[in-house]
Design a protein around this ligand. Structure first.
Ligand code: KMH
Ligand code: ZN
Length: 273
């Protein structure tokens, strides 16, 4: 089995300091959380950014400030900016971080319920995002909340509308309104991947850890972080993203899976930049 790539989704767009005071808003807080995750073993930071008072933004300048500050502290880490942003943002707003030419960026693969709201990712939007990523030589991380999302992405890849192989997919399970975070669901979705694809699994809330354990055992990769889960165990909020990553590293060690450095992750993911 390849070494395990751990992604830390350090911030997200939905969680707030009221839920967990360690949620990062400022540039300094973003760097603190990225470094805590990296020091614990994360090779990738999945990045959303906020204004200083916590409002989610896709502002290019804010992304640049945060990416530059993270890179100054931990130069080799892989940063995957979000093009999902927050529910209700326009496509152009969401695309702004692609103008910074990151190695990778997320590409969300279908419209879905997202709690009480609707996360809009129509096929024309996906085509526009795919075109931008091909033009800017950005490898997408395909975000699939449903089996239909993966099927849509694969069909669009086959038509040349989205960047192709080797593809990397993140299965996000347990969002309210989407596929529940169960191991049979994960196994089913992984079984639909084409040969040569790499994949990562994300469980929302405290399903983060059983889904991580399953992905580690199956040879996939893992995402944890405040974006998906603010608890280290039942009723106990996590002190940092690093604490969440440490728990995954402990599970991986028990299961005999070594942890990938960022450069090892670049090789596994076929990153060329
Ligand atoms: N904040 C969610 C609505 C992504 O980063 O691409 C979308 C999201 C997915 O977080
Ligand atoms: Zn995200």
């Amino acid at each position: 089995m390849e070494k395990l790539i751990i992604t830390a989704a350090i911030c997200g767009a939905e969680v707030t300091k009221k839920m967990n005071p360690a949620i990062p808003y400022t540039v300094e807080e973003i760097v603190r959380e990225a470094k805590s995750a990296y020091d614990a073993g994360a090779a990738i930071v999945h990045l959303h950014v906020r204004t200083d008072d916590g409002v989610p933004t896709q502002d290019k300048a804010r992304f640049k400030e945060c990416i530059d500050a993270i890179k100054a502290a931990i130069p080799d880490v892989i940063i995957i900016p979000s093009t999902g942003g927050a529910v209700g943002m326009s496509a152009e707003e969401r695309l702004q971080p692609t103008e910074l030419f990151p190695e990778m960026a997320t590409l969300d693969c279908g419209t879905c319920n997202f709690g009480d709201t609707i996360f809009e990712n129509s096929m024309p939007l996906m085509r526009d995002f795919g075109k931008r990523m091909m033009e800017n030589n950005i490898k997408p991380e395909y975000e699939c909340f449903e089996m239909g999302h993966l099927d849509t992405a694969l069909k669009m890849i086959n038509k040349g509308q989205l960047p192709g192989h080797p593809i990397h997919v993140n299965f996000v399970l347990g969002v309210l309104g989407c596929t529940p975070a169960t191991i049979p669901n994960l196994v089913w979705m992984v079984s639909a991947l084409p040969p040569g694809a790499t994949w990562c699994a994300t469980g929302i809330g405290l399903t983060e850890f059983p889904i991580a354990a399953a992905a580690i055992a199956m040879g996939g990769h893992v995402r944890v972080g405040f974006e998906d889960n603010i608890f280290i165990e039942r009723r106990k909020i996590a002190k940092s993203n690093g604490e969440l990553v440490e728990k995954v590293v402990r599970i991986a060690k028990e299961l005999g899976r070594e942890i990938a450095t960022p450069d090892e992750a670049r090789r596994i993911l076929g990153l060329t930049k």
